[in-house]
Write a protein that binds this ligand. Structure first.
Ligand code: APR
Length: 310
């Protein structure tokens, strides 16, 4: 393949992302993990599936970063996932250390890459990656909104028995309990769901979307969601690799947009070959803007907490 993507973390999200990247024949894939043998073993296993799945993407596993050199994109999934009863914020200190060390290695070998961050707490980890990499803001992008919106879309599809392909949805804000699903901007074949579903039911679906990750954690008991998170990261990577310029909700570093500054928050962005090529500023109602502000302050709290850490 002409293009190259490194996935750091060969766990549930990372391995699934590697599989989807290869099976869509988007790029060659390097999988890096600290556990000896695991990225190599999973890459070999995926390579042996290639003749059946009919793709020619090359997969390479490694415990160091040499093989990742000159990647176009690096997807960072390294870190610990949450367990039942934990919030994403409980991962802050451990994953901060991991993202710091990973980012340092990544940029040494791929100074021109675009970083897609997946590790949680997502928005805070984007700050760590941007600080550690010194990359410009359009090259550090967090995966959250595509996942949260996909969850909302799935629930809308289940509610109305309509193809998921007809459904668009928008979830903005931080990737936590205060995220902001926006029914007004969520549509079925172009019709806002506010015209199709009673308000009280929409409210229940919004709540289920906000708790979408926790619902899966409590079912799995030993880890967190990975099929949909991997799909979401790969949709972002595909838009960049193919310069598709899709509008997708992603965590982006805001510098005044939506009245928010110096903070990663989920907003609709245009993703193309340069990374974030535009931040789309929607006209929000006072109530929506208020909810976004509240969500941004939850992110700010984590950023402040990190400043107090050694
Ligand atoms: N360098 C490389 N890999 C690392 C490092 C490191 N410093 N530290 C941990 N890892 C690897 C682990 O060895 C493990 O294989 O990260 C992988 C994480 O995989 P899982 O435990 O299966 O977790 P996963 O479900 O993939 O979630 C990863 O994504 O969605 C988020 O909240 C989730 O932060 C979590 C991350």
């Amino acid at each position: 393949m002409k293009q190259k993507v490194t996935v750091v973390g060969a766990g549930n999200v990372g391995a699934t992302a590697a599989q989807r990247l290869a099976e869509k024949e988007l790029c060659d894939v390097i999988v890096v993990d600290i556990i000896e043998g695991v990225p190599q073993g999973k890459s070999l296993d995926l390579t042996q599936a290639a003749p059946i799945e009919k793709h020619d993407a090359h997969l390479t596993g490694a415990n160091s970063y040499e093989a990742s050199a000159n990647s176009d994109i690096v997807i960072i999934t390294a870190g610990i996932p949450r367990k039942p009863g934990m919030s994403r914020d409980d991962l802050l200190s451990t994953n901060r250390g991991i993202i710091r060390s990973v980012t340092k290695e990544v940029v040494k070998y791929s100074p021109n890459a675009i970083l897609i961050i997946v590790s949680n707490p997502l928005d805070a980890m984007c700050h760590v990656a941007m600080e550690e990499s010194g990359f410009p803001k359009h090259k550090v992008i967090g995966m959250a909104g595509v996942l949260d919106s996909a969850r909302f879309r799935a629930f809308i599809s289940m509610e109305l028995s309509v193809s998921v392909e007809n459904i668009h949805a928008l979830v903005m804000g931080g990737h936590g309990d205060t995220m902001v699903p926006l029914p007004r901007f969520s549509t079925v074949a172009g019709v806002p769901i506010t015209e199709l579903i009673p308000a009280t039911r929409i409210e229940e679906m919004v709540t289920r979307t906000r708790n979408g990750g926790a619902e899966i954690v409590s079912l799995l008991k030993t880890g967190s969601a990975y099929y949909a998170p991997a799909s979401a990261a790969v949709e972002m990577a595909e838009s960049i690799l193919k310069d598709k310029k899709k509008i997708l909700p992603c965590a982006a570093y805001l510098t005044g947009e939506y009245g928010i500054s110096d903070l990663f928050v989920g907003v609709p962005v245009k993703l193309g070959a340069k990374g974030i090529e535009q931040i789309i500023e929607l006209k929000l109602s006072a109530e929506e803007q208020q909810a976004l502000k509240k969500s941004a302050s939850a992110v700010q709290e984590l950023v402040d907490a990190m400043k107090k850490m050694a």
